[in-house]
Structure formats: C-alpha cells, structure tokens
Design a protein around this ligand. Structure first.
Ligand code: NDP
Length: 284
C-alpha cells in the first residue's frame, strides 16, 4: 500500500489564506502588519528565499520592507540598521537572511534583534520561551512540521518520534514542539550508534540531515509518518533526505520534496508576523 502524500503546498496555501483574511481584519482595526527583510550580499539561494518571502507578504497583504546591502557591509552598519528597524513601528517583524558574509558575526546580529520582532525565533529569549512552552513566536520550519502532522491527523500523543539532526534551526526546536504535543522524542545525530535501529522504532520520523535519500525503506516501520525536511540540490533537481520512491511503499504518510515542509516555512513566517503585530499593538 502506498502512503498518504502530505501536501505542504495545499496546507500552506490554506494557512496563507487564513493569514490574508486576518490581515484584512487587522487593517480594519488600524493594524498594518509589516515585515522587514534584510539581505546582505549576493548569495543566490538567499536571493530566492527573500524573493519568495516578499511574494508571500504581498499576497497576504503584509507590507514587505526590503533592505539589500552590499557584500562588504560591516557588522557595525548592519547593527545600526537592525537598531533602526527595532525602533521602526512599520516593521513588526525583522528577518536577517542567513548566511551573512564572514566579516559579520551572525550571533551578534541575531542577538541585536528585539525578541518581539524576531519572527525567525532565533533570539535566545525566544528559544528559552520555546523550552518553557509559552512561546508566542515559534520557529517557522519546526512549527510548520507540527501543522502538517496535525492537519493530516497523525497522532502525536504517546507516539515515538525520532528526529535525525540536532541543529538549532530544525532538530532541537522540533523536538521541543513534539514533546509539547506529548510525543516521546529521540534526537539522533552523526554520533548516534545503530541509527537505523532507532529509526525503525519510530512512529514519526523527522529527517533533517542534509544528505540525499539518507532514510531508506529498510529503516522505516510500516505505517510510520515520515517528514522530510532536507533540501539537497542535485544535478537532477531538488531531493530530500528520504528516498521517497521507496519509502512511500512502507510509510503511512510522507512529505514529498519539493512540496512538503518547504512551503510551510514561509506560511509560518507570515503567521509569526501577524502575531508580532498583534502583540506589539497590545503593548503600545
Ligand atoms: P545541519 O547541517 O545544521 O544539521 C544536520 C544534522 O544532521 C546534524 O545534527 C548532523 O549531526 C546530522 N547528521 C549529518 N550526517 C549524519 C549522519 N550520517 N547520521 C546521522 N546524523 C547526521 O542542517 P539543518 O538542520 O540546518 O538542515 C537539515 C536539512 O534541512 C538541510 O538539507 C537543509 O537544507 C534543510 N532545511 C530545510 C528547511 C525547509 O524550509 N524545508 C529549513 C531548514 C533546513 P551532528 O550534529 O552530529 O553533526
């Protein structure tokens, strides 16, 4: 039997439509959500991500304020821009596209963004809130994964979730969110012994490794839900961390690449932007 294919494009479209409706309502109350997006240099993947984020804002009625800085921008110049945006009421969210050129310390920049405008949820304050369970802003890719699982009624409570990858952007925060949904969570990484044995016990597999077709059919328990976060650019096109063609015959549900987790990230960014706008209005 073939797995249910989890359609991230469809789910993200629904979320974006919800966000657009909410933006209309907010505008009636005099709230005009805005997102500042800062890009430094000419990294081509970053340019694509930023263009997609701008397009997402436009479609949702969110004002997008874009700053394109040259690759020789200094850390002090970028810090000054972040400070300006921290104090700009039009920018409810601030997103500095990573990676930054090597003369700029990324951590310093992320720390400088006001936590209430940190729509990527990278600031230690927001990471701490995520651990405590009271986060208003949640990291985009991990919260997109939870949305997908819930949308397809994948049971979470009491289920064994195995996450492959322990990055600050995906692995660790998705572990927190799954734990908050009462899943039993294991985080695996490159030093995990008998990795395949861990994966085989999973009811839910989250693959965030960055290696094409890393998860194969023999590692997957029949009926497991398989979420593929990986984006690997091969000559033949985009490919995930899961061998989709094989694994779909054994999994209960599976995300494709592209069209799975990827589209959710922007939808959740838009949602975070309106959450930030509403919170800032309350505090004004
Ligand atoms: P990182 O490179 O930061 O982390 C990769 C993780 O995989 C590490 O924890 C690493 O372990 C682990 N790993 C690497 N090799 C192995 C192995 N052989 N066995 C077990 N574990 C291994 O990547 P990210 O988390 O940032 O991203 C992961 C993937 O997801 C990438 O393809 C990225 O492009 C994609 N991505 C997609 C997004 C989306 O919107 N869909 C958003 C963000 C990322 P260790 O810590 O021990 O080195």
């Amino acid at each position: 039997m073939s797995a249910t294919v989890i359609d991230g494009k469809k789910v993200s479209g629904e979320i974006r439509a919800e966000v657009a409706n909410e933006v209309k309502e907010l505008k009636k109350q005099g709230i005009n959500p805005g997102l500042a997006v800062v890009i430094v240099g000419e990294n081509s993947a970053s340019q694509v991500y930023v263009r997609n984020k701008e397009k997402g804002c436009l479609e949702a009625g969110i004002k997008s304020i874009k700053y394109e800085l040259p690759s020789e921008t200094t850390e002090a110049e970028l810090l000054a821009l972040v400070e300006k945006l921290n104090n700009d009421p039009r920018a409810n969210g601030i997103l500095v596209q990573l990676p930054l050129p090597k003369q700029i310390n990324e951590e310093k920049i992320l720390l400088a963004i006001k936590p209430e405008k940190d729509v990527d949820c990278f600031h230690p304050f927001n990471v701490g809130r995520l651990m405590g369970g009271g986060a208003k802003l949640k990291p985009c890719t991990p919260s997109g994964i939870i949305e997908l699982l819930k949308h397809y009624d994948v049971p979470l409570e009491g289920q064994n979730a195995v996450i492959i990858g322990r990055s600050n952007i995906v692995g660790k925060p998705v572990a927190m969110l799954l734990m908050q949904e009462n899943a039993t969570v294991e985080i695996c990484h490159s030093r995990t012994r008998d990795l395949a044995e861990h994966i085989k016990r999973a009811d839910i597999i989250i693959a965030a490794v960055g290696r094409p077709k890393f998860v194969t059919k023999d590692m997957v328990k029949p009926g497991a839900a398989v979420i593929d976060v990986g984006i690997n650019r091969l000559e033949t096109g985009l490919c995930g961390d899961v061998d989709f063609d094989e694994v779909k015959d054994v999994a209960g549900a599976i995300t494709p690449v592209p069209g799975g987790v990827g589209p959710m990230t922007i939808a959740m960014l838009l949602r975070n932007t309106i959450t930030a706008a509403k919170e800032q209005k309350k505090e004004a």
